[in-house]
Design a protein around this ligand. Structure first.
Ligand code: SME
Length: 155
């Protein structure tokens, strides 16, 4: 897995204050989507203001119709309320799932916490069946912490 190699690149992108946060997060999505073979779509959703819904903020991969997802709906909406990682090895086995593309076979969603509050998430779709391991969870939790740091204005 190229995770260790990607970490300094993620940090370099996030620390580049010349770019807007949105642009930096898009570059992180692109980096992960281009370098991890089974990451076919990578996106960040954030809570949409005071509403009980998620809004797509930045992504890499095919555009999706699902730019707004109500809390509780789909894998993403469930993570918004559970505050827990959700690893889906086979999307066909899920009842509460929002299909973005017929090619997607698996998905992982990891919540993003700022000062202990679940404010959003990173979402990965894969065209490979059952591709995600504990290493992905650890890496994506690390990415989300780094993103939280820039959102908090610490770096
Ligand atoms: N599959 C997600 C919807 C978002 S797309 O994957 C981009 C879900 O069930 O919440």
């Amino acid at each position: 897995m190229p995770f260790q190699k990607l970490k300094p690149q993620v940090e370099a992108i996030l620390e580049n204050k010349k770019l807007s946060v949105e642009h930096r997060l898009t570059q992180v999505c692109e980096l992960l989507q281009e370098n991890i073979p089974y990451y076919d779509w990578v996106g960040f959703y954030f809570k949409n203001g005071d509403k009980e819904e998620l809004k797509l903020h930045s992504f890499a991969g095919e555009p999706t119709d699902h730019t707004i997802i109500p809390f509780g709906k789909g894998i993403c909406g469930q993570v918004a309320v559970s505050n827990k990682n959700f690893v889906v090895p086979d999307v066909k086995a899920q009842n509460n799932y929002i299909a973005c593309s017929i090619h997607v076979k698996a998905e992982i969603v990891v919540p993003l916490f700022l000062n202990g509050e679940n404010i959003g998430q990173i979402d990965i779709d894969s065209h490979t069946e059952d591709p995600f391991s504990h290493e992905d969870e650890v890496f994506l939790e690390w990415v989300n912490k780094k993103v939280a740091d820039i959102l908090e204005g610490r770096s």
